[in-house]
Design a protein around this ligand. Structure first.
Ligand code: PLP
Length: 401
């Protein structure tokens, strides 16, 4: 394999060596099941609870609010289905019937139009299963959620409001504090869920998610392992579990806990928090150099999000007129430059982006969209290499179009 220039940190980040070392220590420690009572089990429990304490402190939560999961997707499903199931538990059939009550009584979920599929599809599935109405909250041309639309959509029927902290495709940071404020001014009822999966490497979650009732994080987006995540659930939020069994995680997520995964996640979040100030500046400077260089060298290249809008420091989303992104991604991959189209399904096939559609990006521009995401592993050499390869590849594709 030749040189790899990895600019796809929003898809997954390389495992940090410190995390790998911490997890290897756990794996080598002959631990028991953390629910047991003998010494190996007690050691496992101690490590798990230390990880929980640390994750809680870094997220500005109480340890009892932290539920370890298998990642961002499970956390989103637990947040959506768990809160709605609890909210509907009082109704006769555990579901809402549009025939027995007026349509105006129908419980609602308000979900931003740019949420990750883990959240959007969960809301849609819960809506279909339980007759819950799903209201899509629009965004402006920069991808920022429309607070006026939120205020208008708010009603006594709202049970859950889902607005992510930062978008996976564009990196746009949402005004979560203002969302919480807009919701609470109208009603004490709906819980606010914010998906902080992309924000975790760069933002202080305790500050940025303050007031949100549920917050999700995934380890592999922050230099930790795939298969570990968290859902922070405010102690005031009733939640029905999705997984039933031994009652682990205070009855909210049954199943033997992954101690190494929890330690890996806690280590990754600690490193991100420790380096946040320096790394956000370093990564943003590299991202800006990449943006300036590409925009100068590629005619018809547009920055999808205006620079006045707050984005994560590692995200650069461009629309390149006259280029098909699938061809571009393959051609760049052949040269070892790893980037993404921003939205792909499990088969790897690119799908039209619901995020760009919600922003009103015209189809012909969206077809040439490409996402560069930098992270803890990105160096100046990576940027030099991308700048020497990407414009030439774009020119060659345009010549052969
Ligand atoms: N939420 C966001 C914003 C994401 O970017 C992702 C992953 O791409 C997820 C949720 C899902 O996380 P996981 O891959 O851990 O299931």
């Amino acid at each position: 394999m030749g040189v790899i220039t990895y600019l796809d940190h929003a898809a997954t980040t390389p495992l940090r060596p410190e995390v790998a070392a911490a997890m290897a220590e756990v794996h080598a420690a002959a631990l028991g099941n953390p629910t047991g009572s003998h010494p190996p089990a007690q050691r496992a429990r101690r490590l798990l609870e230390e990880a929980r304490d640390e994750v809680a402190a870094l997220m500005g939560r109480e340890p009892g609010e932290i539920v370890f999961t298998s990642g961002g997707t499970e956390s989103a499903n637990l947040a959506v289905f768990g809160t709605l199931a609890a909210a509907l538990a009082g109704s006769p059939a555990g579901t809402w019937s549009g025939e027995s009550a007026g349509v105006g009584d129908r419980p609602l979920v308000l979900c931003s139009a740019v949420e990750h599929p883990a959240v959007r599809a969960s809301c849609r599935a819960a809506g279909e299963r339980w007759g819950v109405g799903v209201v899509s909250l629009g965004v402006d041309g920069a991808g920022v959620v429309d607070l006026t639309a939120l205020a208008e959509a708010m009603s006594e029927q709202a049970r859950l409001v889902a607005v992510m902290l930062a978008n996976n495709e564009t990196g746009v940071v949402q005004p979560v504090a203002a969302v919480v404020d807009a919701v609470r001014r109208r009603s004490a009822r709906p819980w606010v869920f914010t998906d902080a999966v992309q924000a975790a490497p760069f933002m202080d979650l305790s500050e940025a998610t303050q007031g949100a009732d549920l917050v999700s994080v995934s380890a592999h987006k922050v230099g930790g392992p795939v298969g570990a995540g968290v859902l922070a659930i405010g102690s005031q939020v009733p939640l029905s579990p999705l997984q039933h069994g031994g009652g682990q995680e205070r009855e909210r997520r049954s199943g033997t806990q992954d101690v190494a995964g929890a330690v890996g996640l806690a280590t990754a979040l600690r490193l991100a928090a420790r380096e946040r100030g320096a790394s956000a500046g370093r990564v943003a400077a590299l991202r800006d150099r990449l943006a300036d260089g590409l925009l100068a060298q590629i005619a018809g290249a547009h920055r999808t999000v205006p620079t006045r809008v707050a984005t994560l420091p590692g995200h650069l989303h461009l629309c390149l007129a006259g280029v098909e992104r699938e061809e571009l991604l393959v051609a760049l991959g052949d040269q070892g430059v790893c980037v993404s189209g921003g939205s792909s399904c499990a088969s790897g096939a690119l799908q039209p982006s619901h995020v760009l559609a919600a922003m009103g990006v015209p189809d012909d521009l969206a077809r040439g969209s490409v996402r560069f995401t930098l992270g803890w592993g990105t160096s100046g050499d990576d940027i030099d290499r991308a700048l020497s390869i990407v414009p030439a590849v774009v020119a060659s594709l345009r010549r052969h179009a």
